[in-house]
Design a protein around this ligand. Structure first.
Ligand code: AMP
Length: 287
């Protein structure tokens, strides 16, 4: 791991120049896109990136186009100094922290949108969200020109959508997925966990508990999606502060709804715990 301080770049032009130079020297570049408020989950992706490339770029950009009008764009946690100190010692070469104007030059009219895959699950509850995600990720790919880009399985639908975008737009890079990093009690790490009051934090454990219960049911032979979803719903509804956005079982690759677990599937859920929207998922495999 490099003990050196990452180089902070705020301009598209400078990152382009850096990437061009690295490529000319034959270096492999890995990109880890984030919105900051970094935690162990993000750092695990940085370590994956470091293992797969010679140079690591972490972008920190709270992307306005992926937030809906009533979402938390204004209040999203931002603390660059703390993020930089977390990244130190993890082998990051460049931290890219552009302004909104830098990533979205005035008068822009171009969007990147993956049809269908981005429509259900989180897409249904956050209209325009994935269009914002794919638009910024495509722009970051064009500027950082990575050979490898690393994303977390925590945002499972996002991962599937980005893989499809990269494939469809012929981006010449590899998408690598990192497993979800959890708190000791099982709650998936998220920048939004900071919003939770102690009481809500306690009740948020129900998300992972529900995933665990469903995996156990599958192991004991239950393959009916409705019954599996009902079990997850029952577990989460025990918590007075929890309000379910969705719980769905879908094909793990195509994200088509599945009524029966006859192939590899993903159980995805989104729950508001005292107004903080949390997501989690698990892969389900009938044996
Ligand atoms: P975010 O900053 O929340 O936009 O996330 C940036 C990247 O980190 C995305 O690829 C996320 O999927 C990933 N990520 C977020 N939380 C976790 C976690 N708990 N474990 C692994 N990866 C994560």
């Amino acid at each position: 791991m490099s003990p050196t301080e990452p180089h902070i770049i705020t301009e598209v032009r400078e990152l382009r120049g850096w990437a061009e130079q690295m490529r000319a020297e034959g270096r492999r570049i890995a990109l880890v896109p984030t919105m900051g408020a970094l935690h162990e989950g993000h750092l695990s992706l940085v370590r994956l990136a470091h293992a797969r490339a010679d140079r690591v770029v972490v972008s920190i950009f709270v992307n306005p186009t992926q937030f809906g009008p009533n979402e938390d764009l204004k209040h999203y946690p931002r603390d660059l100094a703390s993020d930089l100190s977390r990244l130190r010692g993890n082998g990051v070469d460049v931290v890219f922290t552009p302004s909104v104007r830098e990533m979205y030059p005035e008068g822009g009219a171009t969007w990147v949108e993956v049809e269908r895959l981005g429509e259900g699950m989180c897409g249904r509850h956050r209209p325009g969200h994935f269009r914002g995600v794919t638009t910024i990720v495509a722009r970051l790919f064009n500027v950082a020109r990575p050979h490898v880009a690393v994303f977390g399985e925590k945002d499972y639908q996002q991962l599937v959508v980005i893989r499809r975008m990269a494939r469809d737009l012929l981006f010449d890079l590899e998408i690598v997925a990192g497993p979800t990093v959890r708190e000791p009690d099982g709650l998936a790490m998220s920048s939004r966990n900071a919003y939770l009051t102690p009481e809500a934090r306690q009740q948020a454990r129900a998300l992972n508990a529900a995933l665990h219960e469903v995996r156990e049911l599958v192991r004991s032979g239950e393959l009916d999606s409705k019954r599996l979803v009902a079990a997850a719903r029952n577990r989460i509804e025990k918590e007075p502060l929890a309000e379910i956005d969705y719980i769905e079982i879908r094909d793990a690759g195509s994200l088509e709804p599945l009524s029966r677990l006859d192939r590899r599937a993903v159980l995805g859920l989104a729950v508001r715990v005292a107004a903080t929207r949390l997501i989690d998922n698990t892969i389900l495999e009938a044996v």
